[in-house]
Design a protein around this ligand. Structure first.
Ligand code: ADE
Length: 231
């Protein structure tokens, strides 16, 4: 069981995005918890605004420290009330972070609770980031309009590694990146499609040869498509 606590200005984006398919089923079955918390609920002024101009000038607005901090504290209080007294990681989604990969997904999947912070506008006041963030994480070298899509990517990749979320325990074991290689090609019926036949060896029933062929295909494919992974 893992609980994701997502701090965002657009909670419905996250809950809708993660509520379907395999992760949705994981939520229904109690293997995954999604707690999307609206930072605006912690706005301290009567207009419920959470952003303001940037000191020193420049275009755009910045999210203020206090609502983010209050939201974080409320989440942490709830985590403690639910009996987790271990340190809780707070992941800030930002293009300035460590690039997310399968290794980090495995690492985060060991946590019981995970707090994810989504920025919007031009970002968040640095002072609150200094106080609460344990991990700066990017999902790639491009800039999104906010952290929500990135948080959803992280939640999806981490949640599917939590025992019980995938029906077939083997299926997260065998796949792409597990041993640093891309997955081999796969085929299902019919045996011939558009004149293309399924590789003979897969019909042979010879388990050892099949494994050997798959390993070779993984290596070939990785060399061709992602040579950087072999270094
Ligand atoms: N927010 C905006 N762009 C991002 C990215 N590439 N990764 C994570 N969070 C982001």
């Amino acid at each position: 069981m893992i609980s994701f606590h997502i701090m965002t200005l657009f909670p419905e984006m996250v809950t809708q995005g993660l509520g379907t398919s395999i992760i949705g089923r994981g939520i229904e079955r109690g293997f995954v918890g999604i707690d999307a918390v609206n930072i605006r609920d912690y706005a301290f002024n009567k207009h419920h605004s959470v952003d303001d101009y940037t000191y020193g000038g420049g275009a755009g607005m910045l999210m203020q420290a206090e609502p983010v901090f209050e939201c974080y504290q409320a989440i942490l209080r709830e985590i403690r009330e639910n009996g987790n007294d271990s340190p809780v990681r707070c992941v800030y989604l930002t293009p300035q972070g460590r690039v997310f990969d399968q290794r980090l997904a495995y690492e985060l999947a060991k946590e019981e609770d995970l707090i994810l912070l989504c920025g919007h506008y031009e970002g968040i006041d640095e002072r609150v980031l200094e106080e609460i963030v344990t991990d700066h994480v990017s999902i790639g070298d491009y800039v999104l309009t906010g952290g929500e899509l990135a948080a959803m990517v992280v939640c999806d990749a981490v949640a599917r590694l939590v025992p019980g979320v995938l029906n077939n325990e083997a299926s997260s074991d065998m796949e792409t990146f597990k041993d640093g290689l891309l997955e081999y090609p796969q085929y299902t019926r019919p045996e011939v499609w558009h004149g293309k036949k399924v590789p003979e060896i897969l019909l042979s029933g010879h388990h050892e040869n099949v494994e050997k062929w798959r390993r070779e295909q993984s290596l070939l494919r990785t060399r061709e498509r992602r040579p950087d992974l072999l270094k």
